[in-house]
Design a protein around this ligand. Structure first.
Ligand SMILES: Cc1cc2nc3c(=O)[nH]c(=O)nc-3n(C[C@H](O)[C@H](O)[C@H](O)COP(=O)(O)OP(=O)(O)OC[C@H]3O[C@@H](n4cnc5c(N)ncnc54)[C@H](O)[C@@H]3O)c2cc1C
Length: 150
């Protein structure tokens, strides 16, 4: 697992993190972007990272544990103006992995993309649209300032 992670950082990560290229140029990964003690050099800096292989099914799934609802990300909570989240793992009004949650989340994402106030049957009041003005979330009415790819 560790060797696979190191190989991914060495050979493939720049596709996702282009700004993590080594300052010397080329296609190498800049290990200094990893938070680690100053005494650690190069690939040693990986040893200070938290990493693990999730092999149990529960580790691959967002569970509905007590008081966990507010830790979920809302559809418009990714931090980008033009990117909306969808899936049963989002904060969609139903704190459970289910088709209903996935559908409600999908409608919230559709609200965000289209700007339309689409009714969500069974959604809580807090999940209903609060406005569609440009630069504000159709779902939550909160400012969104950054756009992906701009
Ligand atoms: C065994 C089982 C039984 C269930 N029974 C019920 C039930 O009876 N009733 C009920 O309401 N719910 C049930 N559920 C839950 C329900 O299936 C899920 O809540 C629902 O499918 C979630 O939908 P989703 O769109 O959020 O995610 P998913 O259905 O998981 O869809 C996500 C999709 O994204 C794809 N994907 C992932 N990563 C990438 C990537 N990097 N690039 C491209 N694609 C990617 C995946 O392949 C997948 O197709 C059950 C789930 C399981 C596992």
């Amino acid at each position: 697992m560790k060797q696979q992670a190191l190989e991914f950082l060495r050979s493939h990560i720049l596709g996702l993190w282009p700004n993590a290229a080594a300052p010397s140029g080329g296609h190498g990964f800049d290990w200094n972007v990893l938070v680690a003690p100053a005494s650690a050099a190069g690939e040693q800096r990986f040893d200070s990272q938290y990493w693990r292989a999730n092999v149990q099914p529960t580790e691959r799934y967002v569970l509905s544990t007590t008081r966990s609802k507010f830790c979920r990300l809302r559809s418009d909570d990714c931090g980008f103006l033009n990117l909306f989240l969808a899936g049963d793992w989002t904060r969609n009004g139903l704190n459970a992995g289910s088709v209903e949650a996935a559908v409600m989340s999908g409608i919230q994402a559709a609200q965000g993309v289209s700007g339309d106030n689409i009714e969500i049957l069974g959604g809580y009041d807090e999940m209903q649209p609060q406005g569609t003005a440009a630069g504000r979330s159709p779902v939550w009415g909160e400012p969104r300032t950054t756009a992906v790819g701009r």
